[in-house]
Write a protein that binds this ligand. Structure first.
Ligand SMILES: O=C(O)C(=O)C[C@]1(C(=O)O)C=C[C@@H](O)C=C1
Length: 274
């Protein structure tokens, strides 16, 4: 039986690429969702067993609403995957850059290509649900004057022309995807974890938590603050740490739990390769 996995976007999107590189495509029944909220609901209701969701990009930064969705629904990160992202500007054949008046793509993709478009003031940038859907619609409805920003290979999928290749601000462009599930990863072969905690509004309280991590040899790779919606101007912290021995993490987490508020383990997993 195939595993049902939710993704944001359709075949030809970066999410689809990440999904097929993480899992064997033949064993997967992909549930294409138009929003991240829909993807999370699919996991919460059991409609899909897992979801693949972008969480941050090396140029455009963290997708904070996605952290909030994971936390609010008490879901777990069970894997991570770094995907190299390149964006090609595509449109119906027979057109060049000067023929385009609009380019449609995912908000994060448009951010990643801001330098290129700052020199193309005749083009209006329009946010869409993902990178592939506007390309599919342009092809199906034969829409001239409108382009899409898509991953490599997607132009061929929809018989579109590549007008400009690799238009992202930096050639080193990666998106970190996470796999989301209801249950925590029970595989003992883990070396990374994501935790969330709040702290008292007192001098040194964050430093005390970070010191505990250092004492137990945890290697911090990311710290992200995120607003607490019903507590105005207060923040929770989301921290990614890697470790060589899970016991180090367990000891650190138990000590951090005593000096922080609402400490939660948001997932344990094997660190992905960037
Ligand atoms: O639209 C896509 O292709 C997606 O998979 C979405 C998404 C994102 O959510 O960040 C994924 C990777 C890229 O960073 C740009 C867009």
């Amino acid at each position: 039986m195939k595993t049902k996995i939710a993704l944001q976007g359709i075949k030809g999107s970066n999410h689809y690429k990440a999904l097929t590189e993480l899992f064997n495509e033949k064993g997967v029944d992909a549930l294409e969702c138009t929003t991240f909220q829909r993807l999370i609901s699919a996991v919460v209701t059991g409609e899909s067993e897992k979801a693949v969701m972008a969480i941050e990009n090396s140029i455009a930064g963290s997708i904070l609403p996605n952290y909030r969705l994971i936390l609010d629904h008490q879901l777990q990160i069970t894997a991570e995957y770094y995907l190299n992202i390149s964006h090609n500007l595509v449109a119906l054949p027979g057109q060049d850059l000067e023929d385009l008046v609009e380019v449609k793509s995912h908000q994060m993709a448009l951010h990643q290509c801001s330098d290129f478009f700052s020199n193309q003031l005749h083009i209006n940038l329009i946010e869409d649900v993902d990178t592939a859907l506007p390309a599919q619609i342009i092809a199906q409805q034969q829409i001239f004057g409108v382009g899409a920003l898509v991953p490599k290979g997607t132009a061929e999928l929809f018989n579109l022309k590549v007008i400009a290749e690799d238009v992202q601000n930096n050639s080193l462009n990666e998106t970190r995807f996470v796999v989301i599930e209801k249950q925590a990863n029970t595989n003992p072969d883990v070396d990374k974890t994501t935790i969330q905690f709040e702290i008292a509004h007192e001098s040194g309280s964050l430093a005390k938590v970070l010191n505990k991590m250092a004492e137990h040899e945890l290697n911090l790779s990311k710290i992200q603050s995120i607003p607490i919606p019903n507590d105005i101007w207060r923040y929770a912290f989301i921290v990614d740490v890697s470790f060589s021995n899970p016991v180090h993490f367990q000891k650190a987490f138990s000590e951090i739990s005593k000096i922080s508020i609402n400490p939660t383990c948001v997932g344990q997993y094997k660190s992905g390769k960037s």
